[in-house]
Design a protein around this ligand. Sequence first.
Ligand SMILES: [Zn+2]
Length: 247
Amino acid sequence: MLNSHLTKVINAFRLFKLTEIGLQRKQCPLCGGGILIRLQDSEHGVRCLSCQGGPAQMSLAKVIRKRVPDLSKKTVYELSSRGALYKFLSRESGRLVYSEYFDEVPSGAWVDGVQCQNVEQLTYESECFDLCTSSDVFEHVADDSAGFAELYRVLKPGGSVIFTVPLTSLEKTLERAIYENGELVHIEEPEYHGDQLRGTGKVLCFRTYGMDILGRLECAGFTHATIDRDPVGDFMGRGRHVITAIK
Ligand SMILES: [Zn+2]
């Protein structure tokens, strides 16, 4: 019994290289906690010790705090129902509406108290949110133009969408997979990411965005689409570009 426990602990530590483990005093923009921990030299390996938020969510919170100083008066729509970003928004925004996307569940239906929303076909009324947020969702949306258009529709005039996606410095977005006549066609080697509902390596990535993401947002009607480079490298050398577009 003791041996098997010891083996588990030893195996857990084998996943980490001692040289990569580190701590840094740094205020977490999500929860205000003061210490970051790095267990691995990767984005995934860096977390806030208090709220377990990672660099993508911390980058988002930093930009949201900067761009929406009156968050406590705003009605916010976030495309997830758990995690450090969800907790930050539910604590700091005036009102938070949230959803998940469940496979094979129609948009608007409820699953265990959480509403399913397909961002390509939201069931919300037009012009009901001040801010829409998401962290690494749009690369998994088959028709992202429809998704951006839907966020534009549900935002009030002057409202903004603030989000992250994996982003390269290339001019053009690399389309990895598309639907053609209802059939999924892989253009590139399939790439899968994980999420908190489905686990690691389960969610197909339809594209790797390039700088033309700003043009895609403008096509959906947004003005002033910008990329904030501020948070890059801010969290133990990790951090993300954050995209903001205003209606
Ligand atoms: Zn935190």
